[in-house]
Design a protein around this ligand. Structure first.
Ligand SMILES: [Zn+2]
Length: 149
């Protein structure tokens, strides 16, 4: 069987990361960063574990990718993230000069677009890839959490 390295393939890897977050009781958001069809960074939300509101999946992956590349800019990189980035992460992505952003589910409440957040003018954006799977996981998390309280 040949593996096809398309958007769905890499988004599935980001969803694996979101599942790790879910298992840890974190809001299930996951990210991978890809360059030339190779995953160079992974991340998932760790705000609870680290007690840090900035510990979003995207922030972890941006740092990891820059370390891997030995440079701070993410040119020629594609970020796959299971949920639309927030304003903070959009700001960080602006500074990173990321080439391509692909996100699964839209975040109508806290996504960067609602607040007029800006990515880098050179960043190309795609969304809706595996949206259903990503949304389902988030919904399951919030329903379960509500039932605990
Ligand atoms: Zn964020």
């Amino acid at each position: 069987m040949d593996l096809i390295f398309d958007d769905a393939y890499f988004m599935r890897k980001a969803l694996d990361e979101a599942n790790y977050a879910y298992e840890k009781g974190e809001i299930p958001v996951g990210v991978v960063i890809v360059i030339k069809q190779q995953i160079i960074a992974r991340g998932h939300n760790l705000t609870e574990m680290l007690n840090d509101v900035t510990a979003h999946a995207e922030m972890q992956a941006i740092t990891a990718a820059a370390n891997f590349l030995g440079g701070k800019y993410l040119k020629d990189c594609t970020m796959y993230v299971t949920l639309e980035p927030c304003q903070m992460c959009a700001g960080a992505l602006y500074w990173s000069q990321l080439s391509n952003l692909v996100f699964a589910a839209s975040d109508h409440e806290r996504g960067y677009r609602k607040f007029g957040g800006q990515l880098h003018p050179k960043t190309k954006v795609k969304n809706g890839i595996m949206e259903e799977e990503a949304s389902k996981l988030l919904k399951r998390f919030f329903i379960e959490r509500r039932n605990l309280n």
